[in-house]
Design a protein around this ligand. Sequence first.
Ligand code: GLN
Length: 473
Amino acid sequence: MNLTELTLTELRTALRQGETNSVAATQAMLDRIVEQDNDIKSYLTITDEMALEQAAAADKRLANGDQSPLLGVPIAVKDIIATKGATTTAGSKILEGFVPPYDAFVVEKLKEAGAVILGKTNTDEFAMGSSTENSGYFTTRNPWDLARVPGGSSGGSAAAVAANMAYGALGTDTGGSVRQPASFCGVVGLRPTYGRISRWGVIAFASSLDQVGTFGRTVADTTALFQAVTGYDRRDSTSLDVPAEDFEAALTGDIKGLKVGVPAEYFVEGMDAEVETAVRAAIAQLEKLGAEIIEISLPHTQYALPVYYLIAPAEASANLARYDGIRYGPRIEGADMIDSVKQTRALFGPEVKRRIMLGTYALSAGYYDEYYGRALKVRTLIKQDFQNAFEQVDVIAAPTSPTTAFKIGERADDPLSMYLADVLTLSLNLSASCGLSVPCGFDSKGLPIGLQLIGNTLQEATILNTAFAYEQA
Ligand code: GLN
């Protein structure tokens, strides 16, 4: 058995049937990381000792017939998610060496499910970016072509899963940070409905948009991980208290009669022709599987980018005010208290500083109504676009990204062209929808292309099953 090539669900079965054990699977992942990650650089921290202890404990429980959902399965966690006893930096020098005294809700859930935590994956600083080039540490490389970016901000998680250095991974998606890297790395990435998963212990970027998401090499793997970490939690006031669902059981592969909307606005000028061809072919495949394809319009799509880049920086400027060198992470001693705070805050990277300035400006007296206030109004229009669409259709199908993975350095000096990498994923975060990216082919350079499937509020089961049907076909 080649342990590194098993999918999460295959490994789960093999563990339950005693065909292998968790220590062996964990060691296989750690060996693979040693072999591959010098080139790919997906992990910021490898928690090997803790992982092997967790694996040994899982093996004891497996021997007793324990059927916990992820028992013994090695998983990677984006470094913006707090892990007790393991460094958590959010990709920022301002949190270098910070070891949280508690686990995030999703990490508690992973542990409850019996998962083994391999380490913490690289991210753009505070999840601001689309390529991991904004990480305060290093850039992750795309496993399909090391000269290219893996996408971002959860690029480390996507690359680790794509290169068989984890059976699944957690990320966060504020404007596309799970779906876009999933698309660039040829894996499946789910961004659940806002509030579906508690964000307790997830370092905040833009609080009205942030949500944890899951990566897998298959739809079933992504679903199994989602199932394990989802749920209500009173410590996050935005957490939704909704009845539990069996998402894995919802993967029937039957999509006969499903109404699939194709928004004209998502086939934008300047997008790669090869991306469009692959996505249109995927939509034709859904039709062959019995879905009904309907042309729809999401008329306010063009405003998503400016609205997002007012709201997200505004919220970030407030959330990032807490990093002063007094409570978390390193502190640079200056002449006096103010000087110490100033010098410590200079540890933020250039993109984070840009966002703090943009956000502070948009919120400042005299500009608040004109910028932030207007952005909120247009956000309502974007939400209504989706509500109107979901009166006609069950699922919206579109490309995840207008291009495949770009070259390292190609967009790094041009913030606007970097922001455009998420032009097709941002709207969803501004609305109350959920979405995912599932691989739908390759371009002529051999780079993966992603099909984005968007569902109505709390309709994860529908989009996961649509992706499953497509993947099986
Ligand atoms: N690329 C977008 C940004 O930089 C989205 C990031 C995210 O989803 N965390 O804000």
